[in-house]
Design a protein around this ligand. Structure first.
Ligand code: FAD
Ligand code: SIN
Length: 540
């Protein structure tokens, strides 16, 4: 076992993780340094796949205002957004996005050199900045990766999986146990402050826009450490992912394509969105997703189509080069042929409960980005608010930590010692087929804890998940990364399913066919280890 210590450990190197590490080196002198850890390579994660853009209520866009953005966000959040979080993030956007530009990130400009602002569903104004046409995430990710690699104050660990947080007898976080997936070695890393920037949970579902690493690890690290999780039942399903079967995750067809005028039609070319909402293709994301699901079900289809022929050829090719390229590889010329699309799991609104500085309910443990629940998104996220939340909260956490004690712990207690010993023990040589197990879980979640839910399906899913848990490796230590990821997925699936069972109403992205109405007063769901109860369950 290796040992090391840092002032701050950042777990996850998407946009939230990288930006927080960079801001920390600017704000503060770190006596024990900063470690930025990633389970795959630097800059991996959902971030680099972001297409549509990032919300910015900027001085360059005088027709926009924070009031308008706050109202749009609150409306999308369906009664569960926290007004203070929404205000803070909106009002910080101008300063933080200009700071981001300082890392060489160039947002797209018009011919006169002014910033371009685009429109996405449920925004009342064009306020979304984009880069490289539809490669916003990749451009920001590349800019931040470069800055991190040039920064001598940040130590980078790639191929390193955080497997358990070190929690002292008095309930404070003192670091993490990490597993190097290449050398198969464990390392005990002590730290004064540990930041979870571990992203989302899309991989829990059969169809998802998320890449392989989105297995909910951060949620489960925090939960097992005793932190509170909030609103896990709210999973956003994006209406339009490319519906071609190539055995990979679903490629996203950005909402911005609809923002530029594309229309949804069925197999016979018939438009249908006017039946569901007066804003048609630009209705809130959950409504478009359920409308597509309903059409597919009524007409026995496995996909619908996005007709782009109404968009000028040069506009579509310049604005969406990545989408045009991927479609072309799949034999679809987006200037001529409608794009086959269907919904896919996209974003987790809930997460580790934090305040606006990223503080969780555990001292020394923080969460930012998609892994967190700041209160911005409520029951449904407004498009392009996620990247904004990543950077604003990373920036405010770095600011907060500049006033903290940054000396890494020198002594450990018996509780932490016991945790470490759990990774020194031998494990049996049972081999699990994790590929098969993951596929089975993803199908179960898609069928029963997906876009349209009911008590019977949720109860059946919970029973099956608990059975799968009882038959999986019982020791703390797993054999490899795939086993650790699968274990996180199982635990996250159980919590999401319980949260969905307990919410007997429909709100935002959580739709219950058996409880289609929205309760008058919206309440958050909170989960804490040892206190989770299933309030209602159909017994089989
Ligand atoms: P991620 O970028 O997902 O990074 C998570 C990091 O944590 C990764 O480095 C991963 O390796 C690491 N990690 C996870 N678990 C562990 C562990 N156990 N140990 C070590 N490391 C770990 N949002 C917008 O606002 N605008 C958009 O246009 C937009 N488009 C999107 C398009 C797609 C296809 C997708 C999937 C999402 C999109 N989103 C968009 C959502 C947005 O991209 C994400 O919510 C956001 O990028 C999350 O950033 P993050 O830094 O929190 O996490
Ligand atoms: C998209 O481009 O449609 C995704 C935007 C988002 O998830 O915010």
């Amino acid at each position: 076992m290796k040992y090391s210590r840092y002032s701050v450990i950042v777990i996850g190197s998407g946009i939230a993780g990288m930006y927080s590490a960079l801001k920390l080196t600017e704000h503060t002198n770190m006596p024990d340094g900063i470690l930025l850890m990633s389970k795959y390579k630097l800059g991996d994660g959902n971030s680099k796949f972001a297409q549509g853009g990032i919300v910015g209520v900027l001085r360059e866009n005088p027709v926009d205002s924070c009031v308008s953005h706050i109202n749009d966000t609150l409306k999308a959040g369906a009664g569960l957004s926290d007004i203070n979080a929404v205000k803070f993030i909106s009002e910080s956007s101008d300063e933080v996005i200009h700071d981001l530009m300082g890392y060489g990130i160039e947002f797209d400009k018009d011919k006169k050199g002014g910033l371009c602002f685009t429109l996405e569903a449920a925004h009342s104004i064009r306020r979304i900045l984009h880069a490289g046409g539809d490669a916003t995430g990749r451009k920001i990710d590349e800019g931040l990766c470069k800055a991190v690699l040039e920064n001598e104050d940040i130590t980078v660990y790639e191929d390193t999986l955080a497997v358990e947080l070190l929690i002292s007898k008095d309930g404070e976080c003192r670091g993490v146990i990490a597993y190097n997936t290449i050398s198969d070695e464990y390392e005990v890393i002590y730290s004064a402050h540990t930041i979870l920037a571990t992203g989302g949970t899309g991989q829990l579902y059969k169809y998802t826009t998320n890449p392989a690493g989105a297995t909910g690890d951060g949620l489960i690290l925090a939960y097992n450490a005793g932190a509170e999780l909030r609103d896990l039942e709210f999973i956003q399903f994006h209406p339009t992912s490319l519906a071609v079967d190539n055995g990979e995750n679903r490629f996203l067809i950005s909402e911005a394509v609809r923002g530029e005028g594309a229309k949804l039609v069925d197999k016979s070319g018939q438009e249908f969105m006017s039946k569901y909402h007066d804003k048609r293709e630009l209705a809130p994301r959950d409504i478009v997703t359920r409308a597509i699901t309903s059409e597919m079900c009524l007409k026995h289809l496995d996909k619908v189509y996005l007709q782009t022929s109404c968009i000028d050829r040069s506009t579509i090719l310049n604005r969406f080069p990545t989408i045009a390229g991927v479609c072309s590889k799949n034999g679809i010329d987006i200037t001529k042929t409608p794009i086959p699309v269907s919904p896919a799991a996209h974003y987790s609104m809930g997460g580790v409960k934090t305040d606006l500085n990223g503080c969780t309910t555990i001292k020394g443990l923080y969460a930012i980005g998609e892994a967190s629940s700041t209160g911005l998104h409520g029951a449904n996220r407004l498009a392009s608010n996620s990247l904004l939340e990543c950077v604003v909260c990373a920036w405010s956490l770095a600011d907060y930590l500049s006033f903290a004690n940054l000396v890494a712990p020198r002594k450990i207690d018996g509780t932490i010692k016991e945790t470490i010993e759990g990774y020194e023990q031998n494990i049996d040589d049972v081999v699990y087929d994790t590929d098969h197990l993951k596929t089975e879980l993803q199908q179960l979640m898609w069928d029963n804890v997906g876009i349209v839910r009911n008590e019977e399906g949720l109860s059946a899913a919970l029973n099956k998940i608990r059975f799968l848990k009882s038959t999986f490796r019982g020791t703390k230590r797993c054999l490899n990364m795939e086993e650790y990821e699968y274990r996180s997925m199982l635990e996250a699936a159980e919590l999401i399913t319980i949260a969905a069972l307990n919410r007997r109403e429909s709100r935002g992205a959580h739709y219950r066919k058996d409880y289609p109405d929205t309760a008058e007063c919206g309440e958050h769901s909170i989960m804490k280890k040892g206190e989770v109860k299933v309030a209602y369950q159909v017994l089989h």
